[in-house]
Design a protein around this ligand. Sequence first.
Ligand code: CA
Length: 627
Amino acid sequence: MNRLKFVKSMRQKIVFKSISVLILFLEISISNAQVISKAEPPNWWTGMENPQLQIMLYGYNIAAYELSLSNDKLLQSVQKTENPNYLFLNLEIPKNISPQTISIQVKENGELIESFPYELKERTKNRTQHLGFDQSDVIYLLMPDRFANGDISNDTMDELLEKADRTNPDGRHGGDIQGIINHLDYLDKLGVTTLWINPLLENNQQKYTYHGYAITDFYNIDARFGNNAKYVELVNKAHQKDLKVVMDMVLNHCGINHWWMDDLPSEDWIHQFDEYTQSNFRSTVLTDPYASSEDIMRQQKGWFNRNMPDLNQQNPLVATYFIQNSIWWIEYAGIDGIRLDTQPYADKDMIARWAQEIRNQYPDFTILGESWLQKIPITAYWQENSKNFDGYSSNIPVITDFPMHYAITQTFNEEQTWTDGIAKLYYILAQDFVYNNPANTLVFLDNHDVTRIFSSLNQSMEKLKMALAFQLTTRGIPSILYGTELLMEGYEHEAHGKMRKDFTGGWPDDEKNGFTAKGRTDAQNEIYNYLQHLLNWRKSKEVIHTGKLTHFVPENNVYVYFRHDADETVMIILNNNENYQTIQTERFKEIMQGYRTGKEIISQTEINNLNKIHIPKKSAMIIELKQ
Ligand code: CA
């Protein structure tokens, strides 16, 4: 790229980003003095565990200049790539250094031509202490474009390509961070404790930008959602209500319109092919003893789709870029956890290093990896400290339990056989020995990528109640998709955009408001109340958070299990039959001994005789046992 082309391309980006009179000023400043167009990370902090910092600098022919720092002792080395428009500065920042703005000095023939200010900020107090999340939490997963529109002025932004169009299921609908802030009370009262929000970073692509997974700027919140300060406001306001915030991060790919795609730092920054090559999406190949190299290559290096180039995490500069980017967001915004997108698609050694470096810096921080695999042993491989054949440990503590998800969507629709019907849940849990830590699995009925649970369960309220009762009392960390409480529907085979419908009442012109009892239908209120009741009960039930799980082999399509610790015992019964059942409890005496009565939590009724328990068809009972 020659200088004229470079200036033109940067000017185009700036024209997008600013309006009116500023343009002229910026054009002049770019074409004249300024060499450094961009520095990432945009700032750093003093007093970090790891003293190393690598700053990526971008500017026309920047490699031809002499670079130094005003605080010269900090600069260890300057690294070049094959593209002269990039330089990487390796700094070492002593722990005891005071916060300061250093300047990156650019010299030409010994003469100083630019002083670029770079801030080493003071860290926010207690940033290393995070609550993280665990089995005591319930996650609420929400897609920000589809949850609530709190600011209609940002629905369409001049500088961003895709404009709002609520009539298009795959278009942008206008939901934003302000919309989430406006409904924190609703979420708190519902009884969830943790918000997992699909990616909020800039997706300046032509279309399909609403889901957020085609990131074009890893350091900025998409202007249609708000801005970086607004995100910090959300995190702070959530914390005031004891709600935690989990950031959704993508390391495997970026958006095709990412600013570096016009002028890559190096050819191997992304995986490139003579002809478009897509991932085979078969993460199984990574643990398969018979896998071909071709299949492994396609899984690892193939693109997610034409709009999402595959990043090469084996390039150490790419690896450091993303490790620092994640640490930057934790330090900047004070988030409580990360959900890592497409865990097995990125280079697994880089991922392990990424997770380790984050946890060295923030020991109490929780990372959840999306390990979308169909079977249990190949899922367990991706959890930290699993007993793996090759000694691999991902350093990722929590993984998504897709095998459990598939079982939940089938079990309540099936007739009982040796392994089907309610026995399916039993068999999933009976294989927990393969996990390093089965408590650290995400238990979900559905998520943003799959058919909504109410649709999977053929619109049965009975089945949905059973599924929720199971999800909220078995082992693991439950995650609930926004709109479950409104009986939202959607099928994966239709279109993703249709599955991710707007939350009724999230838009100023919505006729009904699902955030209020008055705005919900009777059926919606029935499920909302059921969920709210269980969530708020679960919140203070330590026995569900940390108690042991003991279950009994299902009989007659009825599944009985207990959560118990030194202080308390809770009995859960799932009757998957189309008729009423009477349960003889003699078989459960090893747990029930000494208990005489109980309180059923869902119906709030007392049970005076525990010898025989009557349970209605297709229903769940959650009984706190009493002596
Ligand atoms: Ca908006």
